[in-house]
Design a protein around this ligand. Structure first.
Ligand SMILES: Nc1nc2c(ncn2[C@@H]2O[C@H](COP(=O)(O)OP(=O)(O)O)[C@@H](O)[C@H]2O)c(=O)[nH]1
Ligand SMILES: [Mg+2]
Length: 455
């Protein structure tokens, strides 16, 4: 039953100055009044009221009650927020009091799900709110905050309206089957369709950036022992997380952390140096490094420039071919001993090469620039452009685009309008999977279950 009144702690679990218990549903105010001794009985919306908080009739804390009357609240239902002291035990006790006063415990994401069901948010805005909460980097925050404000949703609405225009024009011609479609009508449908196609195409392309920012790029740092992989790893993370020594074979297990470089989220793996070894543990490390190469989307191949290249370096270069790889020619604070021939080979096999010193940090900015260019961060304004950032949205945009291209082909080859309409309607229902009611309950539940309780 949707109108069951729910409650949860909406602030993070832990000790803090203040915590907020949120209550939503028809009985929200009744529950709040039962659990608080307030000075006034007349609670007006959007005002804060001080009072004592009771549990089983006993005062356990004091705090502020704010009431938001439906539909002008986050969930669209009656909402009460009680701000109490932010200790772990006291917030638990206040929540308990809300539950014993008639509320049920909210499940993960239930407040946001209700906001979606009550039409306060589109699905992509709701997803973006989850991403705002989960954001670990500045780019993630900028992107998710703009999508939470509805930038993607309004772009989708705009495309949808244009699609409807195309469909209504095409239908108008079906209604008068005896007349041929006039040149003017064809060109009107054609222009409208071109706009829809180019908009869908830029949304589709934006996923390259959206994914790199939100989900991150699976990246492996590879190289021979002592090339400086762990030093590069630490430099990119800005912390000494991996052990660095001049002893070959220091890194054995794969270590993974997330770094933001040039706005791109790198899901970085530092690996063991790849070479022939008889050490049992190191051998396992080398195998793991090799399998990381397979499962990564981007390779950062580290070469030690202070010594002549070896067969191991050549092997690393071979690993790079056919993959997206950036060569990091490390230790540039020392004299370069790599042969020109080897550097030329790097140029042919790697996407880019960067001269770098993990010791001094030289070259880090260039790497940031290369990554930002690779993922089009310079072309996209994360705070203002509509960007696709998850696979669900991408799949729908992709299919909608294909269907529109089919409609365009039908129009170009002079097919009957019903064929054009058929493709356009398929595109429309696919687009409606992003924000509109075409989304199945299963998908909606899966999206909201990823949220934390209290959101
Ligand atoms: N001079 C200099 N030494 C470096 C640089 N990067 C790493 N090293 C040194 O090279 C050795 C091996 O580094 P490490 O990061 O452990 O290499 P890994 O085995 O590839 O992980 C250590 O002694 C580092 O201090 C650099 O840019 N310049
Ligand atoms: Mg290492």
């Amino acid at each position: 039953m949707i109108n069951k009144t729910i409650a949860a702690i909406s602030t993070a679990k832990g000790k803090g100055g203040v915590a907020i218990i949120r209550i939503s549903g028809d009985d929200a105010l009744l529950v709040a009044k039962r659990m608080m001794k307030l000075r006034s009985d007349n609670i007006e919306p959007r005002k804060a009221y001080y009072g004592e908080i009771l549990r089983d009739g006993e005062v356990i804390d004091d705090g502020l009650l704010t009431y938001f009357k439906a539909p002008s609240s986050f969930t669209g239902e009656d909402v009460c927020e009680i701000a109490c002291h932010g200790g772990i035990y006291v917030t638990g006790a206040v929540l308990e009091s809300a539950l014993s006063s008639g509320a049920s415990l909210a499940s993960a994401g239930e407040f946001t799900k209700r906001a979606y069901i009550n039409g306060k948010l589109t699905l992509s805005c709701a997803e973006a709110i989850g991403q705002v909460i989960d954001a670990k980097t500045d780019s993630q925050l900028r992107l998710s905050s703009s999508q939470a404000r509805g930038i993607l949703s309004s772009k989708i609405d705009n495309i949808r309206e244009k699609m409807l225009d195309c469909i209504s024009h095409a239908y108008a011609t079906i209604d008068y089957p005896d007349e041929d479609i006039s040149e003017a009508e064809i060109s009107e449908i054609d222009d409208c369709l071109d706009y829809v196609i180019s908009s869908l195409d830029s949304l589709k392309k934006s996923y390259h950036t959206g994914r790199a920012v939100c989900e991150g790029v699976r990246t492996a740092i590879i190289g021979k022992p002592n090339a400086g992989k762990s030093s590069v790893y630490n430099m990119l993370l800005g912390e000494d997380l991996a052990i660095v020594t001049d002893i070959a074979g220091t890194t054995r297990d794969v270590i993974e952390h997330t770094a933001s470089v040039g706005g791109v989220t790198l899901n970085l793996a530092d690996t063991a140096g790849i070479h022939e070894t008889f050490d049992t543990v190191e051998k396992i490390g080398v195998e793991r490094a090799k399998s990381k190469i397979e499962s990564s989307e981007l390779l950062l191949c580290v070469f030690d420039s202070s010594a002549k290249e070896t067969s191991e370096d050549k092997f690393i270069l071979e690993c790079a071919s056919g993959k997206t790889a950036i060569a990091l020619i490390n230790k540039t604070d020392k004299e370069c001993m790599l042969s020109n021939e080897f550097i030329q080979k790097i140029d042919t096999l790697c996407h880019k090469k960067i001269f770098l010193s993990a010791k001094t940090g030289d070259g880090r900015d260039e790497l940031a620039k290369v990554l930002s260019d690779m993922y089009n961060l310079g072309e996209i304004d994360l705070s203002n452009d509509a960007v696709i950032s998850n696979a669900r949205q991408f799949a729908s945009v992709n299919v909608a685009l294909e269907k529109c291209l089919e409609a365009k082909e039908a129009l170009t080859f002079g097919q009957t309008p019903d064929i054009i309409c058929f493709s356009l309607e398929a595109a429309l229902s696919e687009l409606d999977l992003i924000d509109k009611r075409g989304v199945s309950e299963e998908v909606v539940n899966a999206i909201f279950s990823r949220f934390c309780v209290g959101k």
